[in-house]
Design a protein around this ligand. Sequence first.
Ligand SMILES: Cc1ncc(COP(=O)(O)O)c(C=O)c1O
Length: 433
Amino acid sequence: MNRFGRMNSSITADTFDVQKIRRDFPMLQQRIADGRPLIYLDTGATAQKPQAVINKITECLEQYNANVHRGVHALHERVTGELEAARAKIGAFLNVRELDELDQLDDVSEVIFTSGTTMSINLVAQAWGRNHLSPGEEILLNSLEHHANIVPWQMVAAATGAVIRWLPLTTTGELDLEQLDAFLTRRTKMVALTAMSNVLGTITPVREIITRAHDVGALVLVDGAQSVPHMPTDAQALDADFLAFSGHKLYGPTGIGVLYGKLEHLEAMSPFLGGGNMIDDVFDDHSTYKRPPFKFEAGTLPIAEAIGLGAAIDYVQSIGWTAIHEQERQLLTACHAELSKIPGVTIHGPDIGHKGAIVSFTVDGVPAHDLGTNLARHGIAIRASHHCAKPLHRWLNVDATARASFAFYNTVEEVQALAEAIRQARKTFRLPG
Ligand SMILES: Cc1ncc(COP(=O)(O)O)c(C=O)c1O
């Protein structure tokens, strides 16, 4: 085991060959905008999928498509085995506890399949929040959060009388830890925070906040939608109570995501959705429920997608965090350097030492949406919007930002093409310099 949990690198930074890696991704071979090569700088919205993931999904649909956990025929066994192998892979990837070793808890798992981060957070807000929040108790948020980690808490606050408080940001777009003591009190019951901002790229000090939250008896939900695909995540070392992420941002399919939760919390929660697969028994007037994870997996799961997510994790592990980290650092450094040279460009958020490979910026005199459509003519895909983070844009005092978000499959040449296209867009808008 290395310091990143159970994940071992098979490609070192020296042997990392980005052109070879790019050949694993059919989408990156696409030509768009009058035959120009696609320059995909929108991984923060969704990542491209390697052939290995596409093949695994096809294999499932062609060779062992059946429903899981029900029935007795051979296909059930095969598909259930594949699904549970994917769950185990996710558990190892997040370094969650091995419950069967602990307590012979064969069928019990802390890894729940959901449809994505949004669903995972809604599950906790409803299934935990409704039973554990009382009027006047507090949920601590901050303005870095994606709407997926704000709106569910507003909904449960409205239902329970709980109160949302907002930890301020520093001028650089980081959490203001000096004010944390004033906001973390015995009234705080839940701290919900992103490990990495989808707009500013800010990496938050999750471990420290979890320790301090636990000191006052609060639980912590970590939104790992942006962090899990770009850095090692060790649920046990973090001591997170809940952690959510989406398969599609981790080079896997859409429609599948994960909620990790400590077993003791999951056991104390009511189910979120009712239906097939989650019950022990059903009577006329009540039902009894299975233990986690099945208690929270009502209905038919996105089976091929879950199995595809397992293949995505295999793929990421075959590259390894060292190579991923070094490539993404290089892209981030190049992007900050190139964009800083362009007159009128403001990069929002912290310096590169405190962020992941996401760069949100504005260009004086060029509205973000216009910039986005201008770049699209060069085959460059970025995102231009509020990125589902309206409170953060209000804090930034802009309606929208342009966002380039990178993955290990991007190249420094693509960063240079982005900078050149921004210069041309400025010329189109007749801006000097
Ligand atoms: C930080 C963060 N949280 C939550 C989400 C929501 O993810 P999903 O739409 O996959 O549920 C996103 C998506 O962009 C995100 O970036």
